[in-house]
Design a protein around this ligand. Structure first.
Ligand SMILES: [Zn+2]
Ligand SMILES: [Zn+2]
Length: 310
């Protein structure tokens, strides 16, 4: 009898099935990333660099693991206060992030030093020891500069390691913040709604519904939903093109935008579930080279590539 009546309550409920945010699970993310680095090392063309990254990300995974136990929480310090009513509560100017991230950095360096391959060891050992003995005020300036996107203000040899430590610190606290923000259902586009950082790339997912696109944060590892029809950088829906090395079913593509001249890598995990956002972006740099030659610029930041940007 009442089949024609729309159930008004069900309509918004269906909309909410698309999660606006996927909070980070740092331990799982770093473990998955480390495994993918190991898998692609030989074919990457940069085997020594991939092996170093594998060690670094494995240490990140170990540090992130400790957050779940009751054991030592000391390296993260007390939970900072976040104002969840403002946008990007974990943006660098929006909360007191202090210098506990430096404890993470020291842990990271002391874990990494004994694991270095003898081949890489001489220069890297020196770099890591320098970093560990850098004045806290200087380290704080480096972190501040990087969080503002001024990567060139920091010695290139340090950026990879500083960002790795910042990322472990940020992702540690980002999970709760992202869960709280997810309830508001607010939509965001260009930058991470939790911390205001650039994405690494777009990830096309099979779950919870095939074809959904999420952007993956380069700092706090949160993912946020973004509709497919628009440029991830400027929001324009015209002049957006997809590039791929093969015609059909390419698992890695590039989306370019003629309005802002930006481009973003797209990883189709519904086609290849092994893809890891930071590693597979790095492993497909030849594609970037091609679109850069066509006049487009990356609108993304890869945490595994910072050392190469200068
Ligand atoms: Zn973030
Ligand atoms: Zn654009």
């Amino acid at each position: 009898m009442s089949t024609a009546i729309l159930d008004a309550e069900k309509i918004p409920a269906q909309k909410l099935e698309i999660k606006t945010l996927i909070p980070a699970d740092p331990k799982a993310i770093y473990q998955f990333r480390a495994a993918r680095l190991a898998e692609l090392a030989e074919e990457s063309g940069l085997p020594d660099y991939f092996r170093l990254l594998n060690l670094l990300v494995s240490v990140q995974a170990r540090l992130a693991t400790e957050t779940n136990g009751t054991a030592t929480q000391s390296c993260f310090g007390p939970k900072p206060e976040f104002d969840l009513n403002q946008s990007q509560p974990m943006a660098q100017g929006h909360f007191e992030w202090g210098n506990y991230w430096q404890s993470v950095l020291l842990e990271l360096v002391s874990d990494l030093l004994p694991r270095l391959m003898p081949k890489n060891a001489p220069e890297l050992t020196v770099v890591l020891k320098e970093l560990a003995s850098t004045e806290p005020e200087i380290l704080q300036q480096y972190a501040q500069a990087m969080l503002l996107g001024h990567f060139a203000d920091v010695p290139a040899k340090y950026t990879l390691f500083i960002w790795a430590a910042l990322s472990v610190y940020w992702s540690h606290w980002a999970t709760d913040v992202a869960m709280a923000l997810a309830k508001t259902g607010e939509g965001h586009k260009t930058l991470c709604p939790v911390c205001g950082s650039h994405p690494v790339a777009s990830v096309i997912k099979e779950q919870p519904r095939a074809g959904l696109r999420y952007l993956h944060c380069s700092l706090c590892e949160t993912q946020w939903h973004q509709i497919r029809a628009e440029c991830t950088s400027c929001g324009e829906d015209k002049g957006v093109f997809l590039w791929a090395e093969t015609e059909t079913k390419a698992a890695v593509r590039i989306e370019s935008c003629d309005t802002c001249k930006g481009y973003t890598k797209m990883l189709f995990t519904d086609i290849n579930s092994k893809l890891e956002v930071a590693v597979d972006d790095l492993a497909t740099l030849l594609m970037d080279q091609y679109v850069v030659e066509q006049g487009y610029l990356a609108t993304t930041v890869n945490p595994l590539l910072l050392a190469h940007e200068q």
